[in-house]
Design a protein around this ligand. Structure first.
Ligand SMILES: Cc1ncc(COP(=O)(O)O)c(C=O)c1O
Length: 447
């Protein structure tokens, strides 16, 4: 058996690796009965399967192990809380953050500064100061203006920053327009033909800025390997060019995240292990061909680390019959806890979690959310035979769900529970109505 068939890559499956059905026909995740989870913690509820996170981490590490100096960084934007910081630290990952809030979460969790990378196309002064104060955080530069700003802050703080330059390599993955980031006209990064100018700006500040590497992230939910391999050749060329022309020996190459997951049976993403092993082999080949020292290699998976681990549980509400046919099934959540369908026309797979042994419906219903938007549709055609009170599970909601959730219609954000070894532990508490009015202020004259 080859290594790739022995290592589980959860991103090719729709359900978490621990998903089972018990004798009563209930969906079990992490050894926990989802019917009991819904009773205990309420709905909507985000359930995160730790075994799937562990298996995904293992697949990245097994793939990358062919390359000695490599480390995966978890992209916190997919889903972050202090428990997640602790878990990924235990799994040997570094962390990619994109805001003061994500950095603050990492600091609160005691995440090692030297394994933390700060991204963002418009980092504020406060964010840059926070990164410099947490000594060791690497800063991924996104524009010449940011280089100038960082240098002035670093001088004021008497700090020194280790930086990477994010480039837009002109490589486009096979994904939705809104989540492509590597194309020439992207708002992210520095176009390749501008790289020399950015380097020149950095070289003006040798006392406070140390250029250590290049970074690129070409997009998200990409199934194919090809664009990543193309990217690596482009990056290796830039390493060689900067060494030849300026004598700069960069030591870090970060090729970003972007590997997709299977949301429906139609999705066929490259398995994590194969992706990581191919990326590692390609970097080794590309740098050897150019007679270059191998850099430290970083990858930044978000979705493929946490997406498949997440399942959202909803309580079924009313059905609406149109012309005698059930056409809509409403649930108690929707676009505020999962904005991906309305934002990207994202597709999901769903089931009736308390009646897993029953055959699916022969006619589809639209699984719709409870929010005041006609576009609040979670799954357009779901083959669910469910009634009011049933428990509906939506798979693949671990990434870009909680982290993109809102309080639209003044609803509270759901709780998030981590399940593992038949135990369920709250890692983010459900918001309360008091949380919703906490920041409200009423001018005296209106009282
Ligand atoms: C710089 C950077 N790294 C990593 C990621 C993670 O991407 P994904 O969740 O698709 O793996 C993103 C996502 O937008 C990103 O912008």
């Amino acid at each position: 058996m080859s290594q790739s068939t022995r290592v589980i890559s959860p991103n090719v499956e729709i359900m978490p690796v621990s998903a089972k059905t018990n004798a009563q026909g209930h969906l079990i995740i992490g050894g926990c009965d989802t019917v009991e989870l819904a009773k205990q913690f309420g709905t909507p509820l985000y359930v995160v399967d730790e075994e799937t996170v562990r298996a995904s981490a293992n697949a990245f590490q097994a793939g990358l192990s062919l390359y000695k100096k490599s480390r995966p960084l978890y992209a916190g934007k997919a889903f972050l809380c202090t428990a997640m910081c602790h878990l990924i630290r235990k799994l040997g990952f570094g962390l990619d953050v994109v805001s003061e809030g994500e950095l603050y979460t990492a600091v609160k969790a005691g995440f090692p500064a030297d394994l933390t990378y700060l991204h963002g196309n418009n980092k504020s002064e406060k964010e840059l100061e926070a990164a410099l104060a947490y000594k060791g955080v690497k800063i991924v530069i996104d524009s010449d203006g940011e280089v100038e700003l960082l240098a002035s802050i670093a001088r004021r703080m008497k700090a020194r920053a280790s930086i990477l330059i994010r480039v837009t390599p002109g490589v486009e993955p096979d994904t939705h327009e809104h989540i492509k980031t590597g194309q020439h006209n992207s708002k992210f990064g520095i176009p390749l033909d501008h790289l020399e100018e950015t380097v020149a700006v950095i070289l003006k500040y040798p006392d406070v800025l140390e250029l250590i590497g290049l970074h690129a992230h070409i997009g998200s939910q990409s199934h194919d390997l090809g664009p990543f391999l193309e990217l690596i050749d482009i990056m290796a060329d830039r390493f060689a060019f900067l060494k030849e022309k300026y004598g700069i020996e960069l030591t870090q190459l970060d090729v970003g995240g972007g590997l997709g997951i299977a949301y429906t049976e139609a999705d066929r993403p490259t398995p994590i292990y194969d992706w990581a092993a191919s990326v590692a082999a390609k970097v080794a080949e590309a740098f050897s061909q150019r007679n270059m020292e191998l850099p430290e290699l970083f990858v930044e998976p978000g979705r493929s680390m946490i997406g498949t681990a997440g399942v959202t549980l909803y309580r079924a509400g009313h059905t609406k019959d149109i012309d005698g046919e059930a056409s809509c099934l409403s649930v108690d959540g929707g676009m505020a806890d999962n904005p991906r369908p309305i934002t990207y026309q994202a597709k999901y797979t769903t089931c009736v979690a308390n009646r897993m042994n029953e055959p699916p419906a022969t006619k589809p219903v639209s699984l719709v959310g409870r929010y005041c938007e006609s576009g609040d549709i979670i799954v357009k055609e779901a083959y669910l035979s469910a009634q009011r009170g049933d428990l509906i599970a939506v798979f693949g909601t671990g990434a870009y769900n909680y982290s993109m959730a809102s309080n639209y219609n003044r609803t509270t954000r759901p709780a998030c529970v981590l399940v593992y070894d038949s135990k369920a532990e709250v890692i983010i508490a459900r918001e309360t109505n008091d949380d919703l009015v906490r920041q409200d202020r009423t001018p005296e004259r209106l009282l």
